[in-house]
Design a binder for this molecule. Sequence first.
Ligand SMILES: Cc1cc2nc3c(=O)[nH]c(=O)nc-3n(C[C@H](O)[C@H](O)[C@H](O)COP(=O)(O)OP(=O)(O)OC[C@H]3O[C@@H](n4cnc5c(N)ncnc54)[C@H](O)[C@@H]3O)c2cc1C
Length: 390
Amino acid sequence: MNRSDTTQDDQPARGAVVVGAGIIGLACAWEMHRAGVEVAVVDRVGPGSGTTAVAAGMLAPVGELHFGETDLLRMNLISAGRYPEFVASIERSCGTGIGYRRCGGVHVALDRDEAGELRRSHELQLRLGQGSEWLGPAAAREIEPGLAPGLAGAIRVPGDGVVDPRVLTSALVEALESERVPILTGRAVEALRRSGDRVVAVGLEGGAEIETDVVVAATGAESGRAAWLPDEVRPPVRPVKGQVVELRGDPGLSLCSGILGSERVYLVPRPDGRLIVGATSEELGFDRTVTAGAVYELLREAGRLLPDVVELEYLGARAGLRPGTPDNLPVIGPTAIPGLYLATGHYRNGILLAPFTARAIAAMVTGEATDDPVAAADPGRFETSVSGTS
Ligand SMILES: Cc1cc2nc3c(=O)[nH]c(=O)nc-3n(C[C@H](O)[C@H](O)[C@H](O)COP(=O)(O)OP(=O)(O)OC[C@H]3O[C@@H](n4cnc5c(N)ncnc54)[C@H](O)[C@@H]3O)c2cc1C
């Protein structure tokens, strides 16, 4: 590694271990590697085995904007702006296209009540200086001819994009492997060894250790119950279940050209003809059961929005666990334990926030300046003293 790199208390770093090979861990490993840090990744199962494989892949800072989330919007916008370069850097190393597209989105109100709600979202987008356009039913159907005829109004958000998270994950793995960054799969991290206060190694299931000065915990929804993280820095991340349905049609006759959303459902087209219908939001702990009720509701609502979906082939349904936090912001940065960083809690936006998170972690580990809004994601806001008080 670059011997001039420093860790958060200016000790020379010997290398970094990223725990978790979801989109966040892999992206952090990629940016740290690009910054000259010697890095290894460890995953309990394998790359993309967690929530990342379930995500729809919307890169939608504006279309998915919620009230009271301006710090998140700033992070999301920076990350969306970095996507082209992030994807291009990976494509250069792995040699295959990832299929990232800035296709925009159309968000539809199916009746008058929904139109009132959508108007409020539109006003919020405009108040925050974001590009979005109100469309009447005819204009919406001109952009997306497959939309249900009775719609009450729509918003067009031109800047939002999409990527297939599974394709991105495979490309990141290929890129890291081509650069000889080790990815250890089927190995759970079970312990953090410290000398004095500093991190010096992670302990793996079965007893082996990897010596390191820097550990980045990118363990997604597991982070809040990761026993290997000391109590005082373990973040209050909780699992929020989401189910999606996967359909397939003719790639040449896609039912929609970009993201389509209503109040209850969203549709994300893939270049190979698949259509992702998402998503539920359920507070059910670590349950990942796919339920008939969720599949029924998602398909019913998809049919109200885009009637021809019922003609598509049903490929299956999946459930994943969003890593939620009490303030809906991610947890990115150094902890009170020298050498231990967190990159988790990305909730609904982990795919979108991968470039932002990865750049921030790489900068922090190498002592470079970071983006302003990352301060709002500081793990310190949730840390407790060893006696348990905030
Ligand atoms: C239905 C649904 C739709 C979504 N749609 C979108 C979307 O359109 N756009 C968007 O931006 N986001 C979306 N998200 C959110 C996004 O999927 C998550 O925020 C993101 O995948 C989190 O990535 P991660 O790398 O933190 O976690 P994960 O992908 O869960 O990866 C964590 C990894 O850590 C490993 N791990 C855990 N503990 C250990 C340990 N002790 N040792 C070793 N390895 C360990 C796990 O095996 C796993 O591979 C969606 C989520 C859901 C559920």
